[in-house]
Design a protein around this ligand. Structure first.
Ligand SMILES: Cc1ncc(COP(=O)(O)O)c(C=O)c1O
Length: 451
């Protein structure tokens, strides 16, 4: 049982109207959980509905309301909820023990699946989250290069490792350094100044300026970390010009290029780097590779991955973790990736392309000031017709933060769940009819918010 209270509760004064089950769950949560919720990114006012169960692309909340789920736990459920092969694998494996202080063949099996899909990824080390994956990739780059500084893109989210939180939430008041380049802005108070000095911030939409910054800073960098389809930068793909600048600078300066494919691995059977035609030095993975359970991984060419090899004495980087490569995640991930073969990747990408195109056409036909960006099955709504090139094009959000929140609420009322910033992903149980439902709900919710 997720909830502990009766279906309807009197409000504080004991008067009608009764609280919904979700409202009651949230009231209870606030007493024992700061903010009443475990994840800032999935919270929205007055409180989110509480989930009861999921089935494919549908989710049922505690109050029995069915929602078309295009949030998919923040893009981590490629097959939607309770994918039968993953559930079966988890059930069978759990009955034999959930974690051991010993390796299991399951980890080799998932590593083989990933390395067979993506030829560049010759070896894999698992961890427990995307945050850990990017952190270990950065530590590996530092150990391999003997340098400490890194570069990342303004506005990009790579999880909660403090070096990569820099400038992910900056604003017009603090984002310009005195030299006119992007400043290194801490997310948390108390972030060490030294850490800020070691994190160079690059503008995603300005390859020319990136080239200039890298000319000056490249030789002190251990790594440049890039998500090729960064959701917080508007979910617009990295341009060829930008990727060329990075590759040119890498060749000159010898830093490592780290691709954060925690979300974008799904874009191509062999990973996003294959779609973008880039050969990164290390790739961080997460989300779908865990089949719905906590997962992360660093992967790359064997020569790079040797930095994690602990069998020849002290490794360059100690990648451990009590629950890293736990059998449940490994079997769920294997079942999930087996069901995400090349044909399925292509079908979903086509569905996503058609969805975005049809939605943008419908917005235009209705005279609405809105567009969806994205690639493959990933999309994000913006309440502007302006070009979206980088974080600054959508910060502050066009028409204010309340406008997107109103669309999100309107979608929920229509039975559709997106992430609070109105991004989403199509999942394999979806087809044309679900895409059409989603499009219609978006049209209505945007029109309502504009009115
Ligand atoms: C691009 C990217 N990298 C890293 C992360 C962190 O992953 P996790 O939430 O599993 O720690 C996220 C999470 O949304 C992400 O979107």
């Amino acid at each position: 049982m997720i909830h502990r209270r009766p279906a309807t509760l009197p409000n504080q004064e004991g008067l009608a109207p009764p609280l919904s089950r979700s409202a009651a769950a949230y009231r209870d949560a606030r007493a024992v959980i700061p903010g009443g919720s475990m994840r800032p990114s999935s919270w929205f006012a007055p409180h989110p509905p509480y989930a009861q169960r999921g089935d494919g692309c549908w989710l049922t909340d505690l109050d029995g309301r069915r929602l078309l789920d295009a949030s998919n736990n923040f893009f981590s459920l490629i097959h939607g909820h309770a994918f039968p092969p993953a559930v079966e694998a988890i059930r069978e494996t759990a009955a034999q023990g959930t974690a051991f202080g010993l390796p299991t063949p399951y980890e080799t099996e998932l590593a083989e699946i990933i390395t067979h899909r993506a030829p560049l990824l010759e070896q894999v080390r698992f961890c427990n989250s995307g945050t850990e994956a990017v952190m270990f990739a950065v530590k590996a780059a530092r150990a391999l290069s003997g340098r400490s500084a890194i570069a990342k893109f303004e506005g990009a989210y790579h999880g909660t490792y403090d070096a990569l939180e820099v400038s992910y939430d900056c604003n017009p008041q603090n984002w310009d350094a005195p030299d006119g380049n992007p400043a290194s802005v801490p997310y948390c108070r108390g972030t060490p100044e030294t850490l800020l000095a070691e994190t160079v911030v690059l503008p995603f939409g300005d390859p020319k300026r990136c080239r200039e910054i890298l000319r000056r800073q490249g030789s002190r960098l251990a790594a440049v970390v890039i998500d090729p389809l960064p959701s917080r930068i508007g979910m617009v793909p990295a341009t060829t010009a930008l990727l060329e600048v990075l590759q040119e600078a890498r060749q000159r300066d010898g830093f490592l290029l780290v691709f954060d494919e925690v979300i974008s691995f799904r874009l191509h059977h062999a990973g996003a780097h294959s779609l973008f035609g880039v050969t990164p030095d290390l790739v961080a993975l997460g989300k779908i590779i865990g089949g719905g359970l906590p997962a992360g991984a660093v992967a790359g060419p064997a020569a790079r991955m040797a930095v994690f090899d602990h069998t020849q004495g002290r490794p360059g980087v100690a990648l451990g973790g009590t629950f890293s490569a736990n059998p449940l995640t490994m079997v769920a991930g294997a079942a999930t990736l087996a069901g995400y073969d090349e044909a399925t990747v292509d079908r979903l990408a086509r569905l996503g392309d058609d969805f975005r195109q049809a939605t943008n056409t419908a917005f235009r036909a209705a005279g609405l000031t809105a567009q969806v960006t994205g690639l493959g099955a990933l999309f994000r709504l913006h309440l502007t017709l302006g070009e979206i090139r980088d974080y600054r094009s959508i910060t502050p959000p066009p028409r204010g933060p309340g406008a997107l929140a109103a669309v999100h609420a309107g979608l929920l009322r229509r039975g559709v769940l997106l992430t609070p910033n109105c991004s989403g992903a199509l999942s394999t149980p979806m087809g044309d009819s679900e895409a059409a439902l989603l499009r219609q709900a978006l049209l209505e919710a945007v029109a309502e918010a504009e009115a």
